[in-house]
Design a protein around this ligand. Structure first.
Ligand SMILES: [Zn+2]
Length: 258
């Protein structure tokens, strides 16, 4: 067998001209919108999860996810960079359960659960979005409808759903919606409508530290984060001192092979 047996006539003809093509250090790969759409389809029922402040291995994660969320079908878990996991559901009900029924804790650490999004690349500084249930207390009967609750959700972030149960008046002590919020922003504590103020309560989020992932304190009271910031500041101070001594000699860096 020779290589030509595996090639088409066109490819064999191309072989002769290939070597004459100029070197391109950055070839551009064309992807059509149709192709891209097709690839996205299989990821739509996927969640991007990350245990905050704790390294958890794939086996443990897989076991935990399947025992908590795999109520109907087995769930595929893949590990990703920066401690992220891709969780692929084949059952829509299981997917909804994991997304809407949090907050989830794994080994005492908060599990960040996000919807899959196109071109997601895990980075430490990645925008942290999360789906959370929000309660609205003391809502009068008139605005107690999906249309109004949807408007409230949109003002907080990306509205995901109105809790079906709260639409039934038998449970009308509070209204409950599910919203995707951006963790870099502060939680909106209240809103105003029809001349009245309404308080918002984020289920399970009030005492979670989004830095170390533990329950019982907020990020601004995190000892671990304060320690890290202190160390960073010290390190930064050392670095700038070193630069200062070297007198900003960039060639020095080059010589050290950096
Ligand atoms: Zn903390």
């Amino acid at each position: 067998m020779v290589a030509e047996d595996y090639l088409s006539d066109q490819e064999i003809r191309d072989l002769g001209t290939e070597s004459q093509a100029p070197f391109n250090p950055k070839p551009s790969i064309e992807v059509t919108l149709e192709e891209y759409d097709e690839w996205c389809k299989s990821w739509k029922q996927t969640l991007i999860v990350k245990p905050l402040g704790k390294r958890i291995n794939l086996q443990t994660m897989e076991r935990w996810i399947n025992s908590r969320w795999g109520r109907n079908e087995a769930i595929r878990v893949m590990d990703f960079e920066e401690r992220f996991f891709m969780v692929r559901f084949s059952c829509q009900e299981d997917y909804g359960y994991a997304l809407f029924e949090g907050p989830w804790m794994i080994a005492d650490h908060y599990l960040l659960v996000q919807r899959w999004r196109p071109l997601f690349i895990p980075q430490k500084t990645e925008v942290q979005k999360l789906a959370t249930s929000v309660r609205i207390s003391n809502l009068p009967t008139e605005p107690y409808n999906k249309h109004f609750l949807w408007k409230v959700g949109m003002s907080l972030g990306v509205m995901l759903r109105v809790d079906e149960l709260t639409s039934i008046h038998s449970r009308r002590k509070f209204a409950r919606i599910c919203v995707e919020i951006d963790l870099r922003r502060k939680l909106v504590p209240s809103f105003t409508a029809l001349g009245k103020d309404f308080k918002l309560e984020y289920e399970g989020l009030h005492q979670i530290c989004f830095s170390c992932g533990r329950h019982g304190h907020k990020m601004d009271g995190c000892v671990e984060l304060a320690e890290e910031t202190k160390q960073d500041a010290e390190k930064h101070g050392e670095d700038s001192n070193r630069r200062h001594h070297r007198g900003g000699d960039n060639a020095g860096n080059l010589r050290q092979g950096k």
